[in-house]
Design a protein around this ligand. Structure first.
Ligand code: TYM
Length: 335
C-alpha cells in the first residue's frame, strides 16, 4: 500500500480565529483531511503562544476553543489527529537539536521576528528569546511527524522555508531522514485587514471573526476601507487597489465576481452594493461553521480535552520515534 502523505499545520492559541485564518489555512485543512491519500495532523501551537501571552487561563481557554473550531470547519477527529503542541515534549528536544544547525542570522532576518521585536522595543517590553527561536520550534513541529505538506497562509511561508532548509541540512550531514516539506501549490493567500492594512490579524482589530453574527459581519464590512479615490457614488472605482475587491476575489466567484469587477470600474454598482454582496457571501461561509460549533458546545467542556488526550497520544508516539532516530544519528542517544 502506498504510504500516505503527511499533512501538518497549527494555529496559535491567541484568541478568536478570523476569516484570515480560515481562508489562508483552515479551509485547506478541511479539504486535505477529507482526502484518503493524506494523513493529517492539526495542532494548537500553545508553546508558540508563550512568546506573546502570559495569562495561563486565557491560553487554556483558547486551546479548547480552537479544538472546537477545527471540528466546526469540517475536520473529523476520528480521521485526522488534533493535538496540543504541549502534549509532545519531544518537539522541544527536537527544537534544541535543530537549533544547533540554525544560523542566528537566518532567525534575525525573519519578518515575524523583526516585526514583533520592533513592536516590543517600541513598547519597552522584553524581546524574549522565544521570539527569535520561534521558527526553529516551528521546524520541529513540521519535521517531528516528517510532514510532506504544510498548509499555511503567506505570512508563515518564510518559516516553512527555514524548515525545508533545516531538513536538507540535516539530511546532508546525517543521512536521509526528513522529507522536504512542501507548501500548498498555487498562490500564497494573504487576507487583507478591514482597515486597509496588509493583513487581517488577531491583534489588529481589523478582522471578521469566525464567530461574528450576520449583523456584525454587515456592520464591519460596511465600515471597511475601499478604493480611497472613489469618493462619490458615480465615480468609477479601481478594484486593484480596493480592499473589498481583494476579499471578493477570495470569497466570491463566477458571474457575481465578474459583475462586481465590471460594476466597480464603470460605477454601475456603488461601494455599498458591492459590500452587501460580500457580506452575504461571508455569512454563507460562516453560518454552517457556527451551526456546527453550537452543536459541539452542547457536548460539554470535557469534549475538547478528550479529543486532545487521544490526539496527543497518537502524535507523540510518531514524533517520539523521529526524535529518537535524530538523537541517535547526531550521537546523543538516551543512555
Ligand atoms: P497563526 O496562529 O498566526 O495563524 C494560523 C494560520 O492562519 C494563517 N493566517 C492568514 N492567512 C492569510 N491571511 C491572513 N490575514 C492570515 N492570518 C493568519 C497563518 O498563515 C497560519 O497558517 N506559527 C504559526 C503556527 C504554527 C505552525 C507550525 C503552522 C506553529 N507551528 C507548524 C504550521 C506548521 C502561526 O503563528 O499561525
Amino acid at each position: 500500500m502506498k504510504k500516505k502523505e503527511v499533512v501538518l499545520s497549527g494555529i496559535r492559541a491567541t484568541g478568536k480565529l478570523h476569516l484570515g485564518n480560515y481562508l489562508g489555512a483552515m479551509k485547506f485543512f478541511a479539504q486535505l483531511s477529507q482526502d484518503d491519500s493524506k494523513e493529517c495532523f492539526f495542532f494548537i501551537a500553545n508553546l508558540h503562544t508563550l512568546t506573546t501571552k502570559t495569562d495561563p487561563d486565557d491560553i487554556k481557554r483558547d486551546l479548547k476553543e480552537i479544538v472546537l473550531d477545527y471540528i466546526s470547519i469540517g475536520i473529523d477527529p476520528s480521521i485526522a489527529t488534533i493535538f496540543a503542541q504541549s502534549s509532545v515534549p519531544e518537539t522541544c528536544e527536537l527544537t534544541w537539536l535543530l537549533g544547533c544547525l540554525t544560523p542566528v542570522a537566518d532567525l534575525e532576518r525573519m519578518p515575524h521576528f523583526k516585526d514583533k521585536k520592533d513592536k516590543k522595543e517600541a513598547l519597552g517590553e522584553i524581546v524574549n528569546s522565544g521570539l527569535l527561536t520561534y521558527p526553529v520550534l516551528m521546524a520541529a513541529d513540521i519535521l517531528g511527524p516528517r510532514a510532506n505538506l504544510v498548509p499555511v497562509g503567506e505570512d508563515q511561508h518564510p518559516h516553512v522555508e527555514l524548515a525545508r532548509e533545516l531538513a536538507r541540512r540535516f539530511n546532508t550531514i546525517y543521512g536521509e531522514t526528513f522529507p522536504i516539506p512542501e507548501l500548498l501549490s498555487g498562490e500564497a493567500v494573504r487576507v487583507p485587514g478591514l482597515d486597509g492594512s496588509g493583513k487581517m490579524g488577531k491583534s489588529d482589530y481589523n478582522t471578521i471573526d469566525l464567530s461574528d453574527s450576520p449583523e456584525t459581519v454587515i456592520k464591519k464590512i460596511s465600515k471597511a476601507v475601499t478604493d480611497p479615490a472613489r469618493q462619490r457614488r458615480n465615480d468609477p472605482g479601481d478594484p486593484s487597489v480596493c480592499n473589498i475587491y481583494a476579499l471578493h476575489m477570495l470569497i466570491s466567484s463566477g458571474q457575481e465576481l465578474a459583475q462586481v469587477l465590471e460594476g466597480c470600474r464603470t460605477a454601475d454598482i456603488g461601494c455599498m452594493n458591492c459590500k452587501e454582496i460580500l457580506s452575504k457571501n461571508i455569512v454563507n461561509i460562516l453560518s454552517p461553521i457556527q451551526q456546527k460549533r453550537a452543536e459541539l458546545v452542547d457536548k460539554g467542556l470535557d469534549f475538547p480535552l478528550e479529543i486532545l488526550n487521544d490526539g496527543g497520544e497518537r502524535a507523540r508516539k510518531i514524533i517520539a520515534e523521529t526524535v529518537e532516530e535524530v538523537k541517535d544519528k547526531m550521537g546523543v542517544p538516551m543512555y
